[in-house]
Design a protein. Structure first.
Length: 287
């Protein structure tokens, strides 16, 4: 089952994404479960599954995609988690590299990704996103995948020249992280480490790997993160990108106004966004 969040005729909703269109769950069960995050919090995916054979109510052209989970309680990002990426950045630390992305830094499929006008180093990073479906703390690795509701694509846009001693400043500009098009539930993805993952910039393949190349696997990350914080339904873990990022190319390759960036992950779909230069004037305080 593939579940998308979106706006339809000015109304936020969510539904089941099918080849013939979208079954609008907001119309059917929205009074009890207003958002996809609510559906997960109430452990109600089985309620949604009752509608999988219903006819589609709307098409992709009728909606504006939202981030799969519009307001996660927590978004954890994992850096340096693919072998080739670690080589590019000469990373030697064995512990997972973690940083935070805030909910208001996200956008949805087929929506503009905003390049801050202060930077000429806006980089692409295609990643596998893990959506938590069951709360937990101190989760054992052997049981970790039972806490996952589903998986999605993520374009974790990086403002490289604002990644100083830590990554957070370079990762939280408005609408720099794209999340979608939808969440594919775990019953369709028995092994999250058997998926091809590619990123394209203006049709050119720039990242190409398999999730099998992750250093810290999904279960490891869930177990590790849950040792210091409670994971809740709707929380998101973005698991890192393969090698091939623009910063480490010769010459460097960054995203600019009008560019098209796509993240394609086997069985999860293709996330597509256009880069739009911010027109806002940025006021920076001298420190």
């Amino acid at each position: 089952m593939k579940l998308a969040s979106y706006i339809h005729h000015g109304r936020k909703s969510y539904g089941i994404h099918t080849e013939s269109g979208i079954i609008d769950l907001g119309q059917k069960i929205g009074q009890q479960y207003p958002t996809l995050k609510d559906l997960l919090q109430w452990d109600a995916l089985d309620v949604a599954k009752q509608y999988v054979n219903y006819p589609a109510d709307i098409t992709d052209k009728d909606i504006t995609f939202l981030p799969v989970i519009e307001e996660p309680g927590k978004i954890f990002c994992v850096g340096m988690n693919y072998a080739e990426k670690r080589k590019e950045f000469a990373e030697t630390n064995d512990a997972p590299t973690l940083f935070i992305r805030f909910a208001d830094s996200q956008t949805g499929h087929a929506r503009p990704v905003i390049k801050p006008n202060i930077t000429e180093e806006f980089d692409y990073e295609g990643e596998l996103a893990v959506i938590i479906g069951k709360a937990g703390e101190n989760i054992e690795r052997s049981n970790a995948l039972s806490h996952v509701a589903g998986y999605s694509c993520y374009m974790d846009g990086s403002v490289r020249d604002w990644q100083h001693a830590w990554f957070t400043a370079g990762k939280n500009w408005r609408q720099t992280g794209a999340f979608g098009p939808y969440m594919t539930t775990v019953d369709e993805i028995p092994d999250p480490h058997a998926l091809s993952i590619q990123t394209y910039l203006n049709g050119m393949l720039v990242q190409n790997d398999s999730t099998a190349s992750m250093i810290h696997k999904v279960a490891d990350l869930i177990s590790y993160i849950s040792t210091f914080t409670i994971l809740s339904p709707g929380d998101v873990i973005i698991t890192g990108s393969p090698g091939g990022v623009g910063k480490k190319r010769n010459p460097p390759l960054f995203m600019h106004d009008g560019d098209r960036v796509e993240v394609a992950i086997e069985k999860l779909g293709r996330l597509t966004n256009t880069i739009v230069e911010s027109t806002e004037r940025l006021h920076l305080l001298a420190i």
